[in-house]
Write a protein that binds this ligand. Structure first.
Ligand code: CA2
Length: 145
């Protein structure tokens, strides 16, 4: 069975350690456990990188090996046409995920390039919302069979 790729962009390795009022106290290691527990038999390929190049390489890997992508692109959401181009090459479902509600924040956080490809966009559910994203992805994959 092909895995769901859960990809996380820059600074999310600090999750749970900084700005708990915005991002909460759950760490990225805990997020990974939550995703795996929620996915059941469906494998999860989980990564975080601070590098735009590495994030694009991971999307390329998912193009060859992944069933679906859940991506929290962090700041690359608002800057990276290269990431958008890579995601456009992926044929399966894509969920754009943000821990915080980006639309409640400053205007620079309102225009997402990734949303131009994403099949669904989730924001503001906190770190535990990753479980909701995995559940939604499982349903999206089941509908495709
Ligand atoms: O809410 C989200 O998930 C974000 O994608 C997180 C990004 C931010 O640039 C987006 O606007 C929204 C990254 C925020 C900075 O990273 C931190 C991670 C943990 C703790 C503090 C900051």
């Amino acid at each position: 069975m092909k895995p769901i790729y859960v990809l996380n962009g820059p600074n999310l390795n600090r999750l749970g350690k900084r700005e708990p009022s915005i991002y909460g106290t759950t760490t990225l290691a805990e997020v990974e456990q939550i995703c795996r527990a929620t996915a059941g038999d469906r494998p999860i390929t989980f990564h975080q990188t601070n590098s735009e190049e590495k994030l694009i390489d991971l999307v390329h890997e998912a193009i060859d090996e992944g069933a679906g992508i859940i991506i929290n692109p962090a700041a690359f959401t608002f800057t990276s046409l290269a990431l958008l181009d890579a995601l456009k090459m992926f044929e399966g479902p894509v969920i754009e995920f943000h821990i915080s509600n980006i639309h409640k924040r400053e205007p620079i956080y309102h225009r997402s390039y990734v949303s131009m490809r994403a099949d669904a966009v989730m924001a503001g559910l906190g770190a535990r919302g990753y479980a909701t994203a995995v559940t939604a992805m499982l349903a999206m994959l089941a509908e495709r069979i």
